[in-house]
Design a protein around this ligand. Structure first.
Ligand code: FES
Ligand SMILES: [Fe+2]
Length: 427
């Protein structure tokens, strides 16, 4: 349970809000590179942290991210002409480069110096892992991109996916660190189907213990969240999720299986864009890895390829099938992500859940620790302390773990057996 003040502090991310300013200290995934497939292609509208933006790829292939509305009289640059090194507003022809400089003002006399005074807000971008990243904070403290493994391996090892989700970002992140719900929300009554469909969750399907014990550690990048279930007389089944500031997670899967990353990026306070990434460190994804992903039974929701809106939505009750719920799985909904979206979009009836009404138990330890970490960060930030994580780019080179271990092993020993220690030269 949180107070209303704490809930607002965590959930509000628009310009000028404490959490919004904290988010703006981090590089954030904002779009897929393939949404801007070639130089001078059509621009893409987006809204991030309650700011209306337009992304375009210029003639040289560089991605610009500008405020969406033209500084002249506010026409949308979505209608703009993307040509010869800049985006030109269709209303009166003003043209901007990727840094926001006004490079042409054809409706003013040539000798007029007005254009040199005009600058559109522009945010730096990078491309890594098939994703366009943006940094929306102060230029003088712009950090390096976090060294997430999937941004460093060859692109054919990686599958990236984007979806919109109609709730506050925090509901999604809480779901990602809540290892307890997987025994229920994602329960499949036919284990053989579960195993085939969801790589890396074979052990989970066999785990009988539905009340994991949580052990959480603070780390340089965020949190290590260990959920330990009884396996047999000698062993535990561990699921170790990583939370990476400000809103990223690594979801446990077994060694050798594809690894999953998620990011929840606020569109505004009631909507988010979710990125899910699957990668293999050692080999390209094979056709059957991709067909498993595109069965939409796992961590990916099927989306409309143009709008990125999930096909299973609140409007159609997330395609809930009551017969399926009786006979096939716990929810009667198809996929893990689709199940997550259904519950996350409607907690206490709102896209921003009312955390003053909750009743948290011991199995909510991951969620509680996540909130504490974020609250500490944002309160320190309000006191003038910059978050340290953006300066720890290399600390983001970690993996999650799902494995069986003897009961005498501590969380540290389990981590030692599985943590990523990848030399820069190897990637
Ligand atoms: S509104 Fe864009 S050039 Fe006039
Ligand atoms: Fe889930």
């Amino acid at each position: 349970m949180l107070s209303q003040e704490e809930n607002d502090l965590l959930c509000c991310t628009g310009p000028g809000t404490p959490m919004g300013n904290l988010f703006r200290r981090f590089w954030l995934p904002v779009a897929l590179s393939r949404e801007l497939p070639k130089p001078d292609c059509p621009p893409v509208r987006m809204r991030i942290l309650s700011e209306d933006l337009i992304a375009f790829r210029n003639t040289n292939g560089k991605v610009g991210l500008l405020s969406r509305y033209c500084p002249h009289r506010g026409a949308s640059l979505f209608f703009g002409r993307n040509e010869e090194g800049g985006l030109r507003c269709v209303y009166h022809g003003w043209k901007f480069d990727t840094t926001g400089v006004c490079i042409d003002m054809p409706n003013e006399p040539a000798e007029c110096s007005f254009k040199h005074k005009i600058r559109q807000t522009a945010y730096p971008t990078r491309e890594a892992g098939g994703v366009i990243w943006a940094y929306m904070g102060p230029q003088e403290i712009m950090p390096e991109l976090p060294e997430l493994e999937w941004t460093l391996v060859p692109q054919n090892h990686v599958y990236v996916h984007k979806r919109f989700q109609h709730c506050n970002y925090l509901q999604n992140v809480e779901g990602e660190v809540d290892s307890s719900h997987v025994s229920f929300l994602h329960r499949e009554f036919r284990p053989e189907k579960f195993n085939a469909a969801i790589a890396g969750q074979v052990l989970l399907a066999q785990a009988k213990d539905t009340a994991p014990k949580f052990l959480v550690q603070e780390t340089e990048y965020g949190l290590t969240i260990g959920a330990r279930r009884n396996w047999d007389a000698d062993q535990y089944y561990w699921r170790v999720t990583k939370f990476l500031m400000p809103s990223f997670t690594l979801i446990p899967s077994e060694a050798g299986s594809p690894i999953n990353f998620t990011a929840a990026v606020p569109v505004d306070d009631k909507n988010m864009v979710g990125f899910t990434v699957t990668w293999l460190p050692d080999r390209p994804l094979a056709d059957n890895d991709i067909s498993t992903i595109e069965s939409w039974t796992g961590a990916y929701a099927e989306v409309d390829p143009k709008t990125f809106e999930p096909i299973a939505s609140r409007a159609n009750d997330h395609l809930l099938d009551r017969e399926k719920q009786r006979t096939e799985n716990f929810t009667g909904m198809r996929g893990i992500r689709e199940q997550d979206i259904a519950v996350q979009e409607d907690q206490f009836g709102g896209p921003v859940t009312d955390r003053t009404k909750e009743h948290l138990g011991t199995s909510d330890t991951g969620v509680i620790t996540l909130r504490r970490r974020l609250l500490n960060s944002v309160r320190n930030f309000q006191q003038g302390q910059e978050p340290p994580e953006p300066r720890k780019a290399t600390a983001y080179r970690v993996r999650p773990i799902a494995d069986i271990a003897y009961r005498n092993l501590s969380l540290d020993e389990v981590l030692d057996s599985g943590d990523l220690d990848l030399a820069r030269s190897e990637v």
